[in-house]
Design a protein. Structure first.
Length: 551
C-alpha cells in the first residue's frame, strides 16, 4: 500500500484558493454593483439638475421684459445662465450645476468643442424661435405675397426648387402638385407607401419623409448638436459651408409666436375693431382726440395719397407748364375745404359703419382722408394724417404708435421673423429684401434692445433709422418683427468633478402664463457636447456660480 503523505493538505490549499478567488470575485461584483448604483444615482441626480433648469428658465420668462433687460437680457448672459449651482459641494461629486448654452453667431466653427467661452462659438442664453423660418406659417405668407413661401425656403443652403415645392405640397391642404412639387402619386411606389400630411408639420424630423430631403441636408455634420464642427465631424461629407452648423434644422421651427400686447401687458388696440364707438374711446385714451378722429375716419372713408404732395404732382403733372400747375392747384383749392385737425370743423359720426380695413399701421402715415360732402352745397373735407412721413417725426411717434396699435384682433401672431436676431440668410429670404438692406441691418442691429435705442423694440427701426423708406417698409412689415415670445434652450446638467451628464433641448411658449412646454427632448445620448470649462467649471479655482432660487 502506497502512502500519499500531504495529499489532504494539498486538497485543503486548493479549496482555500478556490474560496479566496470566489470571495475576490464576489467582492469585485459587489464593488462594481456599488459603483453602478452610485453612477445610476448620479445619473438620476444630474437629470434632475438639468430638469430644474427648465423651471429656472420658465421663472425668468415670467419676469417683466424691462427687468430682464436690466439684468443683461436673455440672448447672451453668462451671469444668469452659466454654471447655475443646484447641488452644493457636500454631494461628494463636486457642485451640481446646469448651464443654458446656445450656438454663437458664427455660422461655421471648427475646432474642439468647448474650447472655452468668448470665442464666438457658444453663448449663454436662449434662442428666440422668431429668428427662424416657421414652416407652419409659410402658407399664410404665400397669401400675403405670391411666391413668398418658396423664396423663404430657397434661402436655405443647397435648397432646390424641387425640394422647396415638395415641402410646400407636404403641408398644404390639397392634392394638386406645385410646378416642381410632389403629391400622393409621387410617394405611392414607396414601401410602405405613404403620402403628404396635407396639414401642419408635427416635428422638424418629419421633413425626412419629404421627397429629396436627406438627413445630411436637414441636420448637417453637427452630429452632437453643439452648434459647431468638432474634429471628428469636420471630415464628414455633409460638412459643407452651408450645412456645417446643423443643417436646415438650425434655421427652421414650428413654434415662433409673439404676443400682441402693449408694454403694460394689456392687449393692443385693434384699429379694425367693428365697434367704432369703442374704438374711438380706446384710441382717444391712448393717443388723443385728433388721432382717434383720423383713424376712425380712415375706417369709414379710406385713405389717399395727399393730392398736393410732391410725389403726386410729379406723377400727374409731368411736362405741364408752371401756369397749368398753378391753375390746377387753384381749382383744387376751391373744390377742397381742408378740415381743421382733430375735431374742429369735422365732427366724426360714430354711428356710420366702417367701410374700409387698415392693412398695416404704416398705412396711416402721410395720407389723407377725403370726407364726402355732407349735403347739398357742402364741400368735400380733407383730414390730413396726424402721423407725418418725415423721418424725424416718425422717430418720435412711431415706436409708441406700434406699442399701442395692431391691425388684428388675434392675441398672438405666429411666424414673423425677428429682424434683430435672424441669420442673414433667413433675412435675405424675405420678399423685398436685398443684400444691401441685409448688410445694413446686420451692421447696425443690437441683439438686445438697449436704453439708448428704445425704438428698436419694433422692426420699424429700419424706417426711422433710414435703412429703408416708407414704401419698402410697408412691403417688409408683414414678415418682420422685433419681438418673439417662444424660446428654445439647450440645458446641460453636470458635476464639477465629472461623471455622468444630462442634456435637454426644450421649447417654451411664453405667450401664456405660466410658459407652456412645446418640446422636451432628452439628447443626453449625444454626449455632454461641451467641455466643463465652457460650461462653467474653473479647474484652478472654485466657482460659486449663480445659485438656483436667487432673488
Amino acid at each position: 500500500m502506497i502512502q500519499r503523505r500531504g495529499s489532504v493538505l494539498l486538497l485543503v490549499l486548493v479549496v482555500v484558493v478556490m474560496l479566496t478567488l470566489a470571495s475576490f470575485g464576489l467582492c469585485n461584483l459587489m464593488i462594481a454593483r456599488r459603483r453602478g448604483a452610485a453612477t445610476f444615482g448620479q445619473k438620476l441626480q444630474v437629470e434632475a439638475i438639468a430638469a430644474s433648469g427648465v423651471d429656472y428658465i420658465a421663472g425668468e420668462l415670467l419676469r417683466d421684459e424691462e427687468s430682464v433687460r436690466r439684468d443683461g437680457g436673455l440672448y447672451d448672459n453668462p451671469e444668469l445662465f452659466r454654471g447655475v449651482v443646484v447641488v452644493d459641494e457636500e454631494s461628494g461629486h463636486g457642485m451640481g450645476r446646469f448651464t443654458v448654452i446656445a450656438p454663437g453667431d458664427t455660422s461655421v466653427t471648427t475646432g474642439s468643442a468647448g474650447d472655452g467661452a468668448g470665442d464666438g462659438a457658444v453663448r449663454y442664453g436662449l434662442e428666440n424661435e422668431s429668428a427662424r423660418i416657421n414652416l407652419n406659417t409659410l402658407l399664410r405668407f404665400e397669401k400675403i405675397r405670391r411666391g413668398a413661401a418658396r423664396r423663404l425656403l430657397s434661402a436655405l443652403p443647397e435648397m432646390t426648387e424641387e425640394i422647396a415645392d415638395a415641402i410646400l405640397d407636404w403641408i398644404d391642404d390639397d392634392d394638386r402638385p406645385r410646378r416642381f412639387g410632389a403629391e400622393a402619386n409621387d410617394y405611392s411606389g414607396l414601401q410602405p407607401p405613404y403620402g403628404p400630411r396635407n396639414a401642419p408639420l408635427e416635428s422638424i424630423e418629419e421633413l425626412l419623409l419629404v421627397r429629396g430631403v436627406t438627413a445630411a441636408l436637414l441636420f448637417g455634420a453637427d452630429r452632437n448638436r453643439n452648434g459647431r464642427l468638432d474634429p471628428a465631424e469636420a471630415d464628414l461629407p455633409s460638412a459643407t459651408a452651408g450645412l456645417a452648423a446643423g443643417g436646415w434644422a438650425r434655421y427652421l421651427t414650428l413654434y415662433s409666436e409673439e404676443r400682441t400686447v402693449r408694454p403694460d401687458g394689456t392687449p393692443k388696440i385693434n384699429v379694425n375693431d367693428p365697434d367704432l364707438k369703442q374704438l374711438f374711446a380706446d384710441l382717444e385714451t391712448a393717443l388723443g382726440s385728433k388721432e382717434a378722429t383720423f383713424i376712425v375716419a380712415a375706417r369709414q372713408f379710406g385713405t389717399q395719397e395727399p393730392r398736393h404732395s410732391k410725389r403726386a404732382n410729379n406723377r400727374k403733372d409731368s411736362g405741364a407748364s408752371n401756369n397749368t400747375k398753378k391753375a390746377r392747384k387753384a381749382r383744387q383749392a376751391k373744390a377742397v375745404q381742408p378740415a381743421a385737425q382733430g375735431t374742429g370743423k369735422f365732427e366724426i359720426d360714430l354711428d356710420r359703419p366702417a367701410a374700409h380695413a387698415i392693412k398695416s399701421v404704416l398705412d396711416l402715415i402721410g395720407v389723407e382722408v377725403h370726407v364726402p360732402p355732407a349735403g347739398q352745397g357742402a364741400s368735400e373735407q380733407v383730414l390730413p394724417s396726424p402721423f407725418s412721413d418725415r423721418r424725424t417725426a416718425m422717430s418720435d411717434y412711431l415706436p409708441d404708435l406700434m406699442d399701442q396699435l395692431t391691425v388684428s384682433g388675434e392675441a398672438t401672431i405666429a411666424g414673423r421673423i425677428h429682424v434683430n436676431l435672424a441669420p442673414p440668410l433667413v433675412l435675405l429670404g424675405i420678399p423685398g429684401m436685398t443684400e444691401r438692406i441685409v448688410d445694413d441691418i446686420v451692421a447696425a442691429r443690437d441683439r438686445e434692445v438697449v436704453a439708448e435705442r428704445p425704438g428698436r423694440r419694433h422692426a420699424t427701426w429700419l424706417l426711422t433709422e433710414g435703412i429703408v423708406g416708407l414704401k419698402k417698409m410697408k412691403k417688409l412689415a408683414p414678415f418682420l418683427t422685433a419681438a418673439g415670445h417662444v424660446y428654445r434652450a439647450q440645458i446641460v446638467g453636470y458635476f464639477d468633478r465629472g461623471g455622468p451628464s444630462a442634456r435637454l433641448e426644450v421649447v417654451l411658449n411664453a405667450t401664456t402664463r405660466p410658459p407652456r412646454r412645446l418640446l422636451w427632448r432628452d439628447i443626453s445620448r449625444l454626449g455632454r457636447g461641451f467641455s466643463l470649462e465652457a460650461l462653467g467649471v474653473d479647474r484652478d479655482a472654485s466657482l460659486s456660480g449663480t445659485r438656483l432660487g436667487r432673488g
